[in-house]
Design a protein around this ligand. Structure first.
Ligand SMILES: C[S@@+](CC[C@H](N)C(=O)[O-])C[C@H]1O[C@@H](n2cnc3c(N)ncnc32)[C@H](O)[C@@H]1O
Length: 392
């Protein structure tokens, strides 16, 4: 085992489990490197899934299963060649995608599943593909992927991506915070990216998939487009209609593939980029200078925004959606330069200024204390970008 977080290993004694009827033969590589056949248990039927896992088709569980192997095979193909590769599947559930990954010849498959009802079925899969499947019962949002695989996999960042893939069909309420976390990990080369430019193939609500891949001037262009595209090559693979899932979600689903760039298009800390992009997009329909002004305390707002726009050489009348990644690079570089000249500026958050104003008003004070560039310690702490809502 490569890490100390594994809660469950491959073997199980539940040989009389109803899913243990073996009827599909596939080929896999044994530890001896000889090709040997192994048989995977068939996917449970919809009725069996509901009965076995005592599932109710409750929306809040966000468990929408993909049981059509043609679709799960298609998702795996988007990842590239997984034969003999290491793979982490996030949220395997009843194991449809898991079977496709094993069928494609993965040598080492790490499954991270939060819901313990799925563990017995996953154990059966690990029994019929001995030595290949490791199961972690845990939350992918906190799981230490940097310990999940052998260090020998590691490739230099500028080199080709490592032989490691992350694949997952996750609930929508997990996939968005997860990709934001992983984008920050890419920027810092931490988490799954300690091994190099690990590729990701993930599902998202169709609208989110469109935002991730949206190009300059498109209607879906958003914060998420910039944050993903300055760090990765982002490819929209295909759309899966909602009706293909059990239970059927309200929306269609987009499969997106990410390859971290050897050279990020913006060479600034993630938090700084996130702050500039968030401020610019908060007035989506207005000229971009409006959002940029909000990066600065009221007293210096117009003056510093003008300096920043001039230094970046970006047309202040462009809408946020019309700005290219090159424009954002120029803007973040200019903002970083201003921050180095104005201590405290980076910690400034206009929402904190607004909050203080409202507070003062509520307390019936006539004078309103606004933040100057050099911020008081407590205000500075509260107003940092770490408290920012999700990048969308
Ligand atoms: C949308 S279902 C997909 C299941 C399966 N991959 C499929 O395609 O049929 C999402 C799966 O992710 C699991 N899951 C949800 N949140 C998770 C988390 N934070 N960490 C790990 N697994 C999670 C759920 O229990 C469920 O099995």
């Amino acid at each position: 085992m490569f890490h100390d977080d594994i809660h469950i290993s491959g073997r199980t004694s539940s040989l009389h489990h109803p899913l243990h009827s073996l009827n599909s033969t596939v080929w896999g590589m044994a530890a001896s490197r000889k090709i040997v056949p192994f048989r995977l248990p068939p996917l449970p039927t919809i009725g069996e899934i509901i009965k076995l896992y005592k599932l109710r088709a409750e929306k809040q569980l966000s468990q929408n299963f993909l049981l059509d192997m043609r679709l799960t095979d298609k998702i795996v193909r988007q990842a590239g060649c997984v034969r003999d590769a290491h793979v982490c599947e996030v949220g395997p559930g009843p194991g449809g995608l898991t079977r496709s990954i094993l069928n494609a010849g993965a040598a080492d498959l790490l499954l991270v599943e939060k819901d313990n009802r799925f563990i017995p079925g996953l154990k059966l899969l690990s029994e019929v593909a001995p030595g290949k499947v490791r199961i972690v019962q845990g939350d992918i949002l906190t799981y230490r992927m940097d310990r999940g695989f052998p260090k020998v996999l590691t490739k230099a960042w500028e080199d080709d991506p490592p032989d490691l893939h992350i694949i997952g069909n996750l609930p929508f309420n997990v996939s968005t915070p997860l990709i934001i976390k992983w984008l920050e990990n890419i920027s810092n080369r931490t988490g799954p990216f300690v091994y190099g430019r690990t590729r990701l193939t993930l599902t998202f609500q169709k609208e989110v998939a469109e935002r991730l891949t949206a190009s300059t001037s498109s209607r879906q262009r958003s914060r998420l487009s910039i944050m993903a595209q300055y760090l990765c090559t982002v490819k929209s693979c295909f759309t899966i209609p909602g009706r293909a899932f059990i239970p059927k979600p309200e929306v269609d689903v987009g499969v997106v593939h990410f390859t971290p760039l050897a050279q990020p298009q913006i060479q600034q800390p993630f938090k700084l980029v996130e702050k500039v992009v968030r401020n610019v997009f908060q007035f989506r329909r207005k000229h971009c200078h409006k959002g940029i002004e909000m990066l600065f305390p009221e007293a210096q707002r117009l003056e510093l925004a003008e300096v920043m726009m001039r230094e970046a050489d970006v047309d202040p009348t462009l809408r946020p959606t019309e700005l290219s990644i090159t424009d954002f690079r120029a803007l973040t570089d200019a903002y970083s330069h201003l921050c180095s000249e104005n201590p405290g500026l980076l910690a400034y958050d206009f929402r904190e200024e607004l909050r203080l104003k409202h507070l003062n008003k509520r307390m019936g004070m006539t004078t309103v204390r606004t933040q100057k560039t050099r911020l008081p310690e407590r205000g500075a702490e509260k107003g940092t970008v770490e408290e920012a809502p999700n990048v969308l």
